[in-house]
Design a protein around this ligand. Structure first.
Ligand SMILES: Cc1ncc(C[n+]2csc(CCOP(=O)(O)OP(=O)(O)O)c2C)c(N)n1
Ligand code: SF4
Length: 274
């Protein structure tokens, strides 16, 4: 019998090109730790992403990967899981990728409840394209030359939106605590249905002030909420810095499990009335 794989065995030989101090390194470490903890088969695990600094992550992992089109990671991930229910599918990307151009896919992935994990690495900015405002940028964040007085638009609350769209499992992690993040990723992957992990992952280059997150981030001590109404009140009123499993209300994933004979092209063609 071969020795169990360690976290490092789930890393590819490709050296990340993220800036030193970028929060996404921590997410890579947490993802590979979780894979080792769950003893996932490298051949039966797929990481799917869109475009952005965060979306480069699949290249750095020693599993199958799909570095796709901006905002379309969730569409690919859900299609893959529906076609191959036997494999583990983890979708990843940034706040720009997932909540802006991919926002519609995010809503429907929460609602549809396909058994995948979605890790959104939120740095409240478009890092890859040099610091434009994203849907989670603060209303008065004036560090971008494009919005010197701030975007002037209220930021989106990812946990509240996920809840309203029907996500049955919602957690938050912080890049400064990769061990907690790894535990949450293991739980997310084990949850039978769509699991949404919102990660506060700092962009040190365009938002250096995010290093202050360490002073406000705190772990949830209570059990996760199970009532959607209570969770809504919590997510609307919260600071956004509480980490841990915040809400869990499982329901049957889509599509329902059904026994069926594999269909062949010949059988389909035979049944067509041409
Ligand atoms: C269709 C399309 N529109 C725009 C872009 C340009 N683009 C590339 S990455 C990106 C945003 C990345 O931000 P985010 O997803 O938050 O990830 P980060 O780089 O911050 O990790 C944009 C707008 C693109 N590649 N494709
Ligand atoms: S620009 Fe920001 S998000 Fe991109 S690698 Fe650098 S620190 Fe990370």
């Amino acid at each position: 019998m071969s020795a169990p794989l360690k976290a490092k065995d789930y890393k590819s030989g490709v050296k990340p090109i993220w800036c030193p101090g970028c929060g996404h390194y921590s997410v890579l470490n947490a993802v590979t730790k979780a894979m080792a903890a769950l003893a996932l088969s490298r051949d039966d695990t797929v990481l799917v992403s869109g475009i952005g600094c965060s979306s480069r992550l699949p290249a750095y992992a020693e599993t199958y990967g799909f570095h796709g089109v901006h905002g379309r990671g969730l569409a690919v991930a859900q299609g893959l899981k529906v076609a191959r229910p036997d494999i583990t599918v983890i979708a990843l990307g940034g706040d720009g990728d997932g909540f802006s151009i991919g926002g519609n896919h995010f809503l429907h992935a929460c609602r549809r409840n396909v058994d995948i994990t979605y890790i959104a690495m939120d740095n409240e900015v478009y890092g890859m394209t040099k610091g434009q405002a994203s849907p989670t940028t603060a209303i008065d964040w004036g560090h971008s030359k494009l919005t010197p007085h701030g975007p002037g638009v209220r930021p989106f609350k990812p946990a509240a939106v996920a809840l309203a769209a029907g996500a049955p499992w919602i957690a938050r992690a912080y890049s400064g605590n990769p061990n907690q993040m790894a535990r949450l990723i293991s739980e997310a992957v084990s949850h039978p249905g769509f699991s949404f992990l919102h990660v506060l992952s700092q962009c040190i280059t365009f938002c250096p002030e995010q290093t202050d997150w360490k002073t406000v981030v705190h772990e949830r001590e209570a059990e996760p909420l199970t009532d959607a109404g209570e969770a809504a009140a919590r997510f609307f009123g919260e600071s956004g810095f509480e980490t841990g499993l915040l809400y869990r209300n499982p329901r049957a994933p889509w599509p329902p499990q059904r026994e069926r004979e594999p269909t062949t092209l010949a059988a389909i063609a035979g049944g067509l009335q041409l």
